[in-house]
Design a binder for this molecule. Structure first.
Ligand code: 13P
Ligand code: SF4
Length: 359
């Protein structure tokens, strides 16, 4: 029965993932991942074998990374969506809010970011005196580009009292035109605190609609950005996973579409999903976000079972980051992330306001 192979090659970006992540890890995941559902279709049960052995080359690489980061005074920050092997060597792993905050607290002179560009940009905007290096300079979040400055200006003209609320998954240029930044873990709290009645929430439409539903007293103006990874998690697949695992709770990221959120038991950021599953008495969970979170979920909960809803839960940009790229970045202290200083100063305001309002 054919299963994992077709899953990987159905989309071009899956092929990109396959070529970027080490083959042994991919096979380890696949071996433990596929199972055939009663209707004969391939259901993905992610059960990563966390004891998978590092190859001799990887053991050397990890030792080199440890040595280099000490020698060069570097702290490694990684997002939960990067490969588990990269999460393992990071000094701090977290959701977007945790990482932005952590970047302002670390004592090292240099930050090596294992995540997509907007995350590294946030670290640089908040810490101009630090050198920020990206593990892969091409790792970028497509949603970050799904709004333009002209649209912000248009909305500002139409609604003079508007607050432009910018999800951190956005470029530095867009942040520079915004009033306040938010992440999935603090958006509700922050929007609630704003006195403005009109909220232009950019770029993500799904997160905006989720918050708008909870805050009916605000008038939202929506943008049509989205995350392709979360959009591809469809309600039918979630329902099928629920039929297969009736005792499992459905935990979803708010970037998922409304019809998926409607049948979820818990909605939260990547950290919040991990914390919820860890604190819960339930033993089984269907996870509706990018599969990188399975690493920490399984680390923290060896007695619990986590299921994905299909094969599309991969962010190809996050999966560009590999151990060898981390090592090369440390050796060369490149690619460095640089920003125009005038823009950085403008973009710092909404980010600093986020840190203040999120308290
Ligand atoms: P978190 O802020 O929940 O980590 O999400 C970041 C992200 O890119 C979601 O797709
Ligand atoms: Fe962007 Fe989606 Fe990847 Fe998150 S999962 S970085 S929103 S493409």
């Amino acid at each position: 029965m054919f299963c994992w192979k077709s899953a990987f090659y159905q989309n071009n970006w899956m092929a990109v993932y396959f070529s970027q992540v080490s083959l042994p890890l991919t096979l380890a995941i696949c071996a433990g991942a596929s199972q055939i559902s009663p209707d004969g279709k391939c259901e993905w049960k992610i059960s990563m074998d966390l004891s998978y052995k590092r190859s001799g080359m990887e053991i050397d690489m990890v030792e080199d990374i440890k040595r280099l980061k000490e020698e060069k005074d570097v702290v490694i920050l990684a997002h939960y969506y990067v490969d588990g092997k990269v999460q393992e060597i990071a000094d701090y792993v977290g959701d977007s809010y945790f990482l932005a905050k952590k970047a302002t607290q670390v004592k090292q002179k240099n930050i090596l970011f294992c995540g997509v560009s907007f995350m590294g940009e946030s670290a640089k905007i908040l810490n101009p005196e630090k050198k920020v290096i990206m593990a892969d300079k091409l790792a970028d979040c497509p949603m970050a580009h799904m709004v333009d400055i002209d649209k912000i200006h248009e909305v500002r003209k139409l609604y003079p009292d508007v607050s432009v609320v910018c999800y951190v998954n956005s470029t530095a240029e867009i942040k520079a035109e915004s009033d306040v930044c938010v992440t999935s873990s603090n958006a509700m709290r922050i929007v609630q605190k704003l006195s403005n009645q009109h909220i232009f929430f950019i770029p993500d439409n799904n997160l905006a609609r989720y918050i708008a539903k909870k805050l009916p007293e605000k008038k939202f103006i929506f943008n049509d950005g989205y995350c392709h990874v979360h959009k591809s998690i469809d309600r039918e697949s979630v329902q099928r996973a629920k039929e297969l695992h009736p005792a499992a709770l459905v935990l979803s990221h708010p970037e998922c579409t409304e019809d998926v959120l409607d049948i979820s038991d818990f909605i939260g950021s990547t950290s919040e999903i991990i914390d919820f599953a860890t604190a819960s008495d339930a033993k089984e969970f269907i996870i509706c976000t990018e599969m990188g979170v399975f690493y920490e979920l399984e680390q923290k909960n060896p007695g619990k079972r986590f299921f994905s809803v299909g094969h599309r839960q991969f962010c190809p940009n996050m999966k560009r980051i590999t151990l060898d790229k981390v090592k090369t970045a440390l050796e060369e202290m490149e690619p460095e992330l640089t920003l125009d200083e005038a823009m950085r100063v403008k973009a710092n305001k909404p980010l600093a306001r986020m840190l203040e309002l999120a308290q």
